[in-house]
Design a protein around this ligand. Structure first.
Ligand code: SAH
Ligand code: SF4
Ligand code: F3S
Length: 374
Protein backbone atom coordinates (compact mmCIF):
# COMPACT_ATOMS: atom_id res chain seq x y z
CA UNK A 1 0.00 0.00 0.00
CA UNK A 2 1.33 3.40 -0.98
CA UNK A 3 0.74 6.96 0.22
CA UNK A 4 1.21 10.34 -1.45
CA UNK A 5 1.20 13.61 0.51
CA UNK A 6 0.66 17.05 -1.05
CA UNK A 7 1.82 19.90 1.20
CA UNK A 8 0.89 23.59 1.03
CA UNK A 9 1.88 26.50 3.27
CA UNK A 10 4.67 27.16 5.73
CA UNK A 11 7.50 25.09 7.26
CA UNK A 12 5.15 24.09 10.07
CA UNK A 13 3.08 22.29 7.50
CA UNK A 14 6.12 20.71 5.87
CA UNK A 15 7.02 19.38 9.30
CA UNK A 16 3.45 18.29 9.98
CA UNK A 17 3.56 16.29 6.74
CA UNK A 18 6.55 14.45 8.20
CA UNK A 19 4.25 13.55 11.07
CA UNK A 20 1.59 12.36 8.62
CA UNK A 21 4.20 10.24 6.82
CA UNK A 22 5.23 8.79 10.17
CA UNK A 23 1.63 7.85 10.99
CA UNK A 24 1.08 6.27 7.56
CA UNK A 25 4.28 4.25 7.68
CA UNK A 26 3.21 3.05 11.11
CA UNK A 27 0.06 1.71 9.45
CA UNK A 28 2.15 -0.18 6.90
CA UNK A 29 2.01 2.28 3.99
CA UNK A 30 5.08 3.09 1.87
CA UNK A 31 5.83 6.35 0.14
CA UNK A 32 4.53 6.40 -3.46
CA UNK A 33 6.09 8.36 -6.30
CA UNK A 34 2.87 9.57 -7.95
CA UNK A 35 -0.77 10.22 -7.12
CA UNK A 36 -1.77 7.55 -9.64
CA UNK A 37 -0.10 4.71 -7.75
CA UNK A 38 -1.27 5.84 -4.31
CA UNK A 39 -3.80 4.01 -2.13
CA UNK A 40 -4.12 7.05 0.07
CA UNK A 41 -3.62 10.71 -0.88
CA UNK A 42 -3.36 13.32 1.87
CA UNK A 43 -3.69 17.04 1.20
CA UNK A 44 -2.09 19.10 3.96
CA UNK A 45 -3.62 22.51 3.34
CA UNK A 46 -2.90 26.19 4.05
CA UNK A 47 -5.41 29.00 4.60
CA UNK A 48 -3.14 32.04 4.85
CA UNK A 49 -4.31 33.69 1.60
CA UNK A 50 -7.15 33.11 -0.83
CA UNK A 51 -4.68 31.97 -3.49
CA UNK A 52 -3.44 29.17 -1.23
CA UNK A 53 -7.00 27.92 -0.70
CA UNK A 54 -7.83 28.14 -4.41
CA UNK A 55 -4.85 25.97 -5.32
CA UNK A 56 -6.01 23.32 -2.87
CA UNK A 57 -9.58 23.39 -4.18
CA UNK A 58 -8.43 23.00 -7.80
CA UNK A 59 -6.09 20.13 -7.03
CA UNK A 60 -8.55 18.27 -4.81
CA UNK A 61 -11.17 18.61 -7.58
CA UNK A 62 -8.80 16.88 -9.99
CA UNK A 63 -8.76 13.75 -7.83
CA UNK A 64 -12.30 12.81 -8.85
CA UNK A 65 -10.96 11.00 -11.92
CA UNK A 66 -8.50 8.97 -9.85
CA UNK A 67 -11.19 8.03 -7.41
CA UNK A 68 -13.34 6.77 -10.30
CA UNK A 69 -10.52 4.52 -11.51
CA UNK A 70 -9.63 3.22 -8.07
CA UNK A 71 -12.66 2.77 -5.82
CA UNK A 72 -10.48 1.88 -2.82
CA UNK A 73 -8.44 5.08 -2.99
CA UNK A 74 -8.67 7.01 0.29
CA UNK A 75 -8.57 10.80 0.04
CA UNK A 76 -7.89 12.81 3.19
CA UNK A 77 -7.72 16.58 3.58
CA UNK A 78 -6.18 18.12 6.69
CA UNK A 79 -4.32 21.27 7.75
CA UNK A 80 -5.30 24.87 8.30
CA UNK A 81 -8.18 25.01 5.79
CA UNK A 82 -10.00 22.13 7.41
CA UNK A 83 -9.72 23.56 10.90
CA UNK A 84 -12.23 26.23 9.82
CA UNK A 85 -15.53 24.48 10.27
CA UNK A 86 -17.23 26.33 7.39
CA UNK A 87 -14.46 25.50 4.93
CA UNK A 88 -14.42 21.90 6.09
CA UNK A 89 -18.17 21.63 5.47
CA UNK A 90 -17.80 23.30 2.06
CA UNK A 91 -15.05 20.86 1.10
CA UNK A 92 -17.18 17.88 2.08
CA UNK A 93 -20.22 19.20 0.19
CA UNK A 94 -18.34 20.23 -2.98
CA UNK A 95 -16.23 17.09 -3.15
CA UNK A 96 -18.30 14.21 -1.80
CA UNK A 97 -15.54 11.79 -2.85
CA UNK A 98 -13.26 13.03 -0.02
CA UNK A 99 -13.15 10.33 2.68
CA UNK A 100 -11.59 12.20 5.59
CA UNK A 101 -11.64 15.86 6.55
CA UNK A 102 -9.64 16.42 9.69
CA UNK A 103 -8.67 19.63 11.52
CA UNK A 104 -5.14 20.56 12.62
CA UNK A 105 -5.87 19.69 16.26
CA UNK A 106 -6.94 16.16 15.36
CA UNK A 107 -4.06 15.10 13.18
CA UNK A 108 -2.81 12.55 15.73
CA UNK A 109 -6.06 10.66 15.15
CA UNK A 110 -5.47 10.30 11.40
CA UNK A 111 -4.66 6.60 11.72
CA UNK A 112 -7.90 6.01 13.58
CA UNK A 113 -9.89 7.73 10.84
CA UNK A 114 -8.21 5.73 8.09
CA UNK A 115 -9.16 2.49 9.82
CA UNK A 116 -12.70 3.84 10.26
CA UNK A 117 -12.98 4.67 6.54
CA UNK A 118 -11.85 1.18 5.65
CA UNK A 119 -14.73 -0.05 7.75
CA UNK A 120 -17.05 2.25 5.76
CA UNK A 121 -17.59 5.13 8.13
CA UNK A 122 -17.02 8.85 7.66
CA UNK A 123 -16.08 10.95 10.64
CA UNK A 124 -14.91 14.36 11.61
CA UNK A 125 -14.04 15.98 14.92
CA UNK A 126 -12.74 19.29 16.21
CA UNK A 127 -10.90 19.54 19.49
CA UNK A 128 -7.50 20.56 20.77
CA UNK A 129 -4.85 17.99 21.65
CA UNK A 130 -1.67 17.93 23.73
CA UNK A 131 1.41 19.52 22.16
CA UNK A 132 3.81 17.14 23.83
CA UNK A 133 2.06 14.08 22.46
CA UNK A 134 4.87 12.01 20.96
CA UNK A 135 4.38 10.97 17.37
CA UNK A 136 6.83 9.29 15.03
CA UNK A 137 8.22 11.60 12.35
CA UNK A 138 9.47 10.57 8.97
CA UNK A 139 11.96 13.38 8.39
CA UNK A 140 12.05 14.41 4.74
CA UNK A 141 14.08 17.62 4.56
CA UNK A 142 17.54 16.26 3.78
CA UNK A 143 20.13 17.19 6.39
CA UNK A 144 17.78 19.65 8.09
CA UNK A 145 15.62 18.46 10.97
CA UNK A 146 12.62 20.59 11.92
CA UNK A 147 11.75 20.77 15.59
CA UNK A 148 8.48 22.24 16.72
CA UNK A 149 8.92 24.23 19.93
CA UNK A 150 5.44 25.67 20.15
CA UNK A 151 2.20 25.85 18.28
CA UNK A 152 -0.57 28.37 17.86
CA UNK A 153 -0.46 32.14 18.15
CA UNK A 154 -1.85 34.72 20.59
CA UNK A 155 -1.13 37.82 18.58
CA UNK A 156 -4.26 38.21 16.49
CA UNK A 157 -2.74 40.45 13.86
CA UNK A 158 -5.97 41.72 12.37
CA UNK A 159 -5.33 40.27 8.87
CA UNK A 160 -4.28 36.79 9.98
CA UNK A 161 -6.17 33.50 10.11
CA UNK A 162 -3.47 31.55 11.98
CA UNK A 163 -4.74 32.13 15.56
CA UNK A 164 -8.13 30.81 14.45
CA UNK A 165 -6.84 27.64 12.80
CA UNK A 166 -3.90 26.85 15.08
CA UNK A 167 -5.32 27.88 18.45
CA UNK A 168 -3.57 29.69 21.31
CA UNK A 169 0.17 29.59 21.94
CA UNK A 170 1.33 26.41 23.58
CA UNK A 171 5.00 25.79 24.25
CA UNK A 172 6.48 22.33 24.48
CA UNK A 173 8.33 21.55 27.69
CA UNK A 174 12.03 22.31 27.40
CA UNK A 175 13.03 18.81 28.51
CA UNK A 176 11.04 17.27 25.65
CA UNK A 177 12.62 19.60 23.09
CA UNK A 178 16.12 18.86 24.38
CA UNK A 179 15.38 15.13 24.34
CA UNK A 180 14.19 15.28 20.73
CA UNK A 181 17.28 17.25 19.67
CA UNK A 182 19.61 14.81 21.44
CA UNK A 183 17.97 11.98 19.51
CA UNK A 184 18.32 13.88 16.23
CA UNK A 185 22.00 14.55 16.89
CA UNK A 186 22.59 10.92 17.90
CA UNK A 187 21.17 9.75 14.56
CA UNK A 188 24.11 11.51 12.92
CA UNK A 189 22.18 12.33 9.71
CA UNK A 190 21.40 15.97 10.33
CA UNK A 191 23.70 19.00 10.12
CA UNK A 192 21.04 21.57 10.75
CA UNK A 193 18.23 21.93 13.26
CA UNK A 194 15.49 24.48 12.67
CA UNK A 195 13.18 25.40 15.53
CA UNK A 196 9.63 26.19 14.46
CA UNK A 197 6.90 28.39 15.91
CA UNK A 198 4.69 31.23 14.68
CA UNK A 199 6.35 33.51 17.21
CA UNK A 200 9.40 31.76 18.66
CA UNK A 201 10.36 34.81 20.72
CA UNK A 202 7.46 34.26 23.07
CA UNK A 203 8.48 30.64 23.69
CA UNK A 204 7.99 29.51 27.29
CA UNK A 205 5.86 32.41 28.48
CA UNK A 206 2.92 30.01 28.94
CA UNK A 207 4.96 27.42 30.89
CA UNK A 208 5.33 27.17 34.67
CA UNK A 209 7.95 28.04 35.57
CA UNK A 210 8.38 30.43 32.66
CA UNK A 211 11.47 30.11 30.51
CA UNK A 212 12.77 32.50 27.89
CA UNK A 213 13.57 31.73 24.26
CA UNK A 214 17.12 32.93 24.88
CA UNK A 215 17.54 30.34 27.64
CA UNK A 216 16.19 27.59 25.38
CA UNK A 217 18.69 28.59 22.66
CA UNK A 218 21.56 28.54 25.16
CA UNK A 219 20.56 25.13 26.52
CA UNK A 220 20.32 23.66 23.02
CA UNK A 221 23.74 25.06 22.08
CA UNK A 222 25.20 23.47 25.23
CA UNK A 223 24.28 20.01 23.91
CA UNK A 224 27.16 17.97 22.50
CA UNK A 225 27.31 17.52 18.78
CA UNK A 226 28.15 19.21 15.53
CA UNK A 227 25.07 21.05 14.28
CA UNK A 228 23.85 24.45 13.17
CA UNK A 229 20.81 25.89 14.86
CA UNK A 230 18.29 28.26 13.32
CA UNK A 231 14.68 29.23 14.01
CA UNK A 232 11.61 30.91 12.61
CA UNK A 233 9.57 33.07 12.86
CA UNK A 234 10.55 36.05 15.01
CA UNK A 235 8.00 38.70 15.90
CA UNK A 236 9.69 42.11 16.29
CA UNK A 237 7.65 42.99 19.41
CA UNK A 238 9.16 40.07 21.34
CA UNK A 239 12.73 39.96 20.00
CA UNK A 240 14.77 40.71 23.12
CA UNK A 241 18.34 42.00 23.41
CA UNK A 242 19.11 38.76 25.19
CA UNK A 243 18.15 36.74 22.08
CA UNK A 244 20.29 38.99 19.86
CA UNK A 245 23.20 38.50 22.29
CA UNK A 246 22.80 34.72 22.23
CA UNK A 247 22.77 34.67 18.41
CA UNK A 248 25.90 36.81 18.44
CA UNK A 249 27.78 34.71 20.98
CA UNK A 250 26.84 31.12 20.12
CA UNK A 251 28.85 29.62 17.27
CA UNK A 252 26.21 26.98 16.65
CA UNK A 253 23.51 29.53 15.81
CA UNK A 254 23.18 30.57 12.18
CA UNK A 255 23.59 34.32 11.71
CA UNK A 256 20.19 34.77 10.15
CA UNK A 257 16.93 36.36 11.30
CA UNK A 258 13.60 36.40 9.50
CA UNK A 259 11.89 39.43 10.99
CA UNK A 260 8.58 40.23 9.29
CA UNK A 261 7.92 43.99 9.29
CA UNK A 262 4.58 43.80 7.40
CA UNK A 263 4.47 47.60 6.98
CA UNK A 264 6.67 50.65 7.43
CA UNK A 265 3.83 52.98 8.37
CA UNK A 266 2.76 53.51 11.96
CA UNK A 267 -0.95 53.98 11.30
CA UNK A 268 -1.11 50.74 9.29
CA UNK A 269 1.01 48.85 11.85
CA UNK A 270 -1.46 49.93 14.51
CA UNK A 271 -4.43 48.81 12.41
CA UNK A 272 -2.64 45.50 11.87
CA UNK A 273 -2.24 45.16 15.67
CA UNK A 274 1.48 44.48 15.30
CA UNK A 275 2.35 46.29 18.57
CA UNK A 276 5.56 47.98 17.37
CA UNK A 277 6.32 51.14 15.46
CA UNK A 278 8.46 51.78 12.42
CA UNK A 279 11.02 53.46 14.70
CA UNK A 280 11.11 50.47 17.05
CA UNK A 281 11.58 48.09 14.09
CA UNK A 282 14.49 50.13 12.71
CA UNK A 283 16.02 50.27 16.18
CA UNK A 284 15.99 46.45 16.38
CA UNK A 285 17.62 46.22 12.95
CA UNK A 286 20.35 48.64 14.07
CA UNK A 287 20.94 46.56 17.20
CA UNK A 288 21.21 43.34 15.20
CA UNK A 289 23.66 44.91 12.72
CA UNK A 290 25.75 46.44 15.52
CA UNK A 291 26.08 43.16 17.42
CA UNK A 292 26.13 40.72 14.47
CA UNK A 293 27.57 42.54 11.44
CA UNK A 294 27.40 39.45 9.22
CA UNK A 295 23.74 38.69 10.03
CA UNK A 296 21.41 38.03 7.09
CA UNK A 297 18.02 39.63 7.63
CA UNK A 298 14.86 38.87 5.66
CA UNK A 299 11.30 40.12 6.02
CA UNK A 300 7.63 39.79 5.02
CA UNK A 301 5.43 42.66 3.85
CA UNK A 302 1.73 42.97 3.20
CA UNK A 303 0.65 45.61 0.69
CA UNK A 304 -2.88 46.93 0.21
CA UNK A 305 -4.03 46.48 3.80
CA UNK A 306 -7.47 48.17 4.13
CA UNK A 307 -7.23 52.00 3.86
CA UNK A 308 -3.47 51.97 3.01
CA UNK A 309 -2.79 55.14 1.00
CA UNK A 310 -0.04 55.64 -1.59
CA UNK A 311 1.95 57.71 0.93
CA UNK A 312 1.61 55.01 3.55
CA UNK A 313 2.80 52.39 1.11
CA UNK A 314 5.75 54.69 0.35
CA UNK A 315 6.72 54.41 4.04
CA UNK A 316 6.91 50.64 3.58
CA UNK A 317 8.98 51.07 0.44
CA UNK A 318 11.25 53.51 2.25
CA UNK A 319 11.75 51.12 5.17
CA UNK A 320 12.71 48.29 2.81
CA UNK A 321 15.09 50.64 1.00
CA UNK A 322 16.73 51.72 4.24
CA UNK A 323 17.18 48.26 5.70
CA UNK A 324 18.31 46.61 2.44
CA UNK A 325 17.05 43.16 3.40
CA UNK A 326 18.83 40.12 1.99
CA UNK A 327 15.45 39.10 0.63
CA UNK A 328 11.80 39.85 1.19
CA UNK A 329 8.43 38.22 0.70
CA UNK A 330 5.81 40.71 -0.44
CA UNK A 331 2.15 39.67 -0.28
CA UNK A 332 -1.00 41.31 -1.52
CA UNK A 333 -3.42 41.61 1.38
CA UNK A 334 -6.01 38.84 1.17
CA UNK A 335 -9.17 39.19 3.30
CA UNK A 336 -9.70 36.12 5.50
CA UNK A 337 -13.19 35.43 6.71
CA UNK A 338 -13.59 35.89 10.47
CA UNK A 339 -10.63 38.25 10.89
CA UNK A 340 -11.01 41.88 12.01
CA UNK A 341 -9.40 43.39 8.89
CA UNK A 342 -11.74 41.55 6.52
CA UNK A 343 -14.61 43.61 7.93
CA UNK A 344 -12.79 46.97 7.71
CA UNK A 345 -14.00 49.65 5.32
CA UNK A 346 -11.61 50.87 2.65
CA UNK A 347 -10.58 47.56 1.09
CA UNK A 348 -8.00 48.27 -1.63
CA UNK A 349 -8.62 47.18 -5.25
CA UNK A 350 -6.45 44.36 -6.60
CA UNK A 351 -5.07 46.61 -9.31
CA UNK A 352 -3.43 48.86 -6.72
CA UNK A 353 -2.17 45.89 -4.69
CA UNK A 354 -0.48 44.56 -7.85
CA UNK A 355 1.28 47.87 -8.49
CA UNK A 356 2.54 48.06 -4.90
CA UNK A 357 3.73 44.47 -4.73
CA UNK A 358 5.60 44.90 -8.02
CA UNK A 359 7.29 48.06 -6.74
CA UNK A 360 8.57 46.23 -3.66
CA UNK A 361 9.78 43.27 -5.69
CA UNK A 362 11.55 45.56 -8.16
CA UNK A 363 13.29 47.24 -5.22
CA UNK A 364 14.38 43.86 -3.87
CA UNK A 365 15.80 42.92 -7.27
CA UNK A 366 17.69 46.22 -7.53
CA UNK A 367 19.19 45.81 -4.05
CA UNK A 368 20.21 42.20 -4.67
CA UNK A 369 21.86 43.19 -7.96
CA UNK A 370 23.85 45.94 -6.25
CA UNK A 371 24.85 43.62 -3.41
CA UNK A 372 25.93 40.90 -5.83
CA UNK A 373 28.11 43.36 -7.72
CA UNK A 374 29.77 44.37 -4.49
N1 SAH B 1 3.92 34.19 12.41
C1 SAH B 1 4.57 34.84 11.37
C2 SAH B 1 3.85 34.85 10.04
C3 SAH B 1 3.11 33.67 9.54
S1 SAH B 1 2.20 33.93 8.08
C4 SAH B 1 4.76 36.30 11.78
O1 SAH B 1 4.01 36.84 12.55
O2 SAH B 1 5.63 36.92 11.22
C5 SAH B 1 3.45 34.36 6.92
C6 SAH B 1 3.23 35.68 6.26
O3 SAH B 1 2.04 35.67 5.50
C7 SAH B 1 3.06 36.85 7.20
O4 SAH B 1 4.27 37.35 7.67
C8 SAH B 1 2.34 37.86 6.36
O5 SAH B 1 3.24 38.69 5.69
C9 SAH B 1 1.58 37.00 5.36
N2 SAH B 1 0.13 37.03 5.60
C10 SAH B 1 -0.54 36.60 6.68
N3 SAH B 1 -1.86 36.81 6.54
C11 SAH B 1 -2.04 37.41 5.34
C12 SAH B 1 -3.16 37.90 4.61
N4 SAH B 1 -4.39 37.83 5.11
N5 SAH B 1 -2.95 38.45 3.39
C13 SAH B 1 -1.71 38.54 2.88
N6 SAH B 1 -0.61 38.10 3.50
C14 SAH B 1 -0.76 37.54 4.72
FE1 SF4 C 1 -0.44 35.64 12.17
FE2 SF4 C 1 0.44 37.71 13.56
FE3 SF4 C 1 0.35 35.30 14.69
FE4 SF4 C 1 2.12 35.81 12.78
S1 SF4 C 1 2.04 36.80 14.79
S2 SF4 C 1 0.84 34.01 12.94
S3 SF4 C 1 1.02 37.18 11.43
S4 SF4 C 1 -1.41 36.51 14.04
FE1 F3S D 1 -0.67 28.31 6.10
FE2 F3S D 1 -1.36 27.23 8.36
FE3 F3S D 1 1.18 27.74 7.87
S1 F3S D 1 -2.45 28.83 7.32
S2 F3S D 1 1.09 29.51 6.53
S3 F3S D 1 -0.06 26.32 6.78
S4 F3S D 1 0.14 27.85 9.85
Amino acid sequence: MKYFIVTYGCQMNVHESEKIAGILEGLGYEEGKTREEADIIVFNTCAIREGAEDRVLGNVGNLKKLKKKNKNLIIAVCGCMTQKEQTAQKLMNTFPFIDIVIGTFNLPKLGYYIEAVKKGRQLELFSEGDIDEVLPYKRTSGDNAWVNIMQGCNNFCTYCIVPYVRGREKSRKEENILKEIKEIVAEGKYKKITLLGQNVNSYGQDLTPQISFAKLLKDICALDGDFTLSFMTSHPKDLTDEVIDVIASEDKIEKYIHLPAQSGNNRILKLMNRKYTREKYLEIIDKIRAKIPSCRITSDFIVGFPTESDEEFNDTYDLAERVRFDSIFAFMYSPREGTVASKMEGQIPDKIKHIRVNKLLALEKKIQKEDNKR
